[in-house]
Design a protein around this ligand. Structure first.
Ligand code: ADP
Ligand code: MG
Length: 261
């Protein structure tokens, strides 16, 4: 799969306009998995809830500079990013302050390209940039989509999953047509999967029938260790490497690296 031409990191949004579907869990664990296979990774937290920040072991209330400052105050990412103490990657953090950015951004020039411009200045420093998007198709998400080469869509194999997907697919098509010709869906990642539930198996089969090789081979199981890890300020991949969830995310990181060539 051809993702980009030229140098610089591969930039991916982890997006799904639904909340609670596993975006943040995917972002921090894929970051940790990629770090384990030797990749230099930056996580950009674009969600004012700051879950990716906290889940990487960085206190969102104590940030001296954040993605807000990068988007609105022209602070450099090199200055604003911090190392995740356990994760093995860097984080451009977020907190409540980012909730106001939506309104402030509207007045700025090239308002949907602020993140892309900021990332261009740190292109030499990273192999991967993973952007954790908020659960909406907002101007913040648009900044993510404009900066990215591709979108990773975590989804639960539930009845309404496919329905929600069409809005996201349409948005990605529009961004591709109007703002970012590089943008493509890299893949759909089945998360919180429980093979004992027949409906989940059925939806999983439907996904494969409909989206073919756009569905990642790796399946992330429902695993409580992944849910516990954030309260210890680290991704499941480092919190409990032997857990099924951690192993699945390391496998996913390997699949990503192999898929991209
Ligand atoms: P989002 O970022 O899309 O809102 P999260 O990644 O925060 O979703 O996940 C929502 C909730 O589900 C969190 O409490 C998280 O810990 C939990 N969770 C996510 N993935 C798994 C999994 N594979 N197994 C068990 N719990 C999970
Ligand atoms: Mg989240």
């Amino acid at each position: 799969m051809k993702i980009k031409s030229g140098n610089g990191p591969r930039v991916f949004c982890v997006a799904n306009q639904k909340g609670g579907v596993g975006k943040t869990t995917t972002t921090v664990n894929l970051a940790a998995g990629l770090a384990q296979v030797g990749q230099r990774v930056l996580v950009v937290d674009l969600d004012p809830q700051g879950n990716a920040t906290m889940g990487s072991g960085i206190d969102k209330r104590a940030l001296t500079s954040s993605v807000y400052d990068v988007l609105l105050e022209n602070i450099g990412i090199a200055e604003a990013a911090r190392a995740s103490p356990k994760g093995g990657y860097h984080v451009l953090g977020a907190n409540r302050e980012l909730a106001g950015a939506e309104i402030e951004l509207v007045q700025l020039e090239r308002r949907e390209r602020r993140l892309k411009a900021a990332l261009a200045l740190v292109a030499e420093s990273y192999d991967f940039v993973l952007i954790d998007c908020p659960p909406s198709l907002s101007l913040l998400t648009l900044n993510g989509l404009c900066a990215a080469h591709g979108v990773i869509v975590p989804m639960q194999c539930e009845y309404f999953a496919l329905e929600g997907l069409s809005d996201l697919v349409n948005t990605i098509k529009q961004v591709h047509a109007n703002l970012n010709p590089d943008l493509q869906i890299i893949g759909l990642l089945r998360v919180m999967f429980d093979p004992r539930i027949t409906l989940q198996q059925q939806v999983s089969e439907q996904l494969k029938a409909h989206f073919g090789d756009k569905v990642f081979n790796t399946v992330i199981p429902r695993n409580v260790r992944l849910a516990e890890a954030p309260s210890y300020g680290q991704p499941g991949v480092t919190f409990d490497p032997a857990s099924r969830g951690a192993k699945a995310f390391v496998e996913f990181a390997q699949e990503m690296v192999a898929k991209l060539g």
